[in-house]
Design a protein around this ligand. Structure first.
Ligand SMILES: [Zn+2]
Length: 93
């Protein structure tokens, strides 16, 4: 499938034997139902049913929670690295 946004779309090919979730509007396959719900909300926001909109909101909230968790872990790793180097510097010199 090609559309006007194909240059910025992530690669969503799924193995042919895998059970995939296919967008009924544009035919793109997704490995997980949450990805399909996110795709529907971002690419086809004007013609969503109530259940599809609810699935999109739930998937987006879960995605944002995952991003918050990742940012917190990345910050913790940077702080640990910083103090690791600081303590190494204090011991060595
Ligand atoms: Zn689609």
């Amino acid at each position: 499938m090609t559309d006007s946004n194909s240059d910025t779309d992530p690669d969503t090919r799924a193995p042919p034997d895998a059970a995939s979730h296919v967008c009924e509007r544009c035919g793109r396959p997704f490995a997980r139902g949450e990805y399909l719900a996110l795709h529907r909300g971002l690419r086809h926001p004007s013609d969503l049913s109530a259940a599809e909109r609810e699935a999109f909101e739930a998937a987006r909230e879960e995605e944002e929670a995952d991003l918050r968790r990742f940012r917190l872990l990345a910050l913790a790793a940077l702080v640990a690295l910083y103090f690791g180097f600081l303590m190494t510097y204090a011991v060595v010199t």
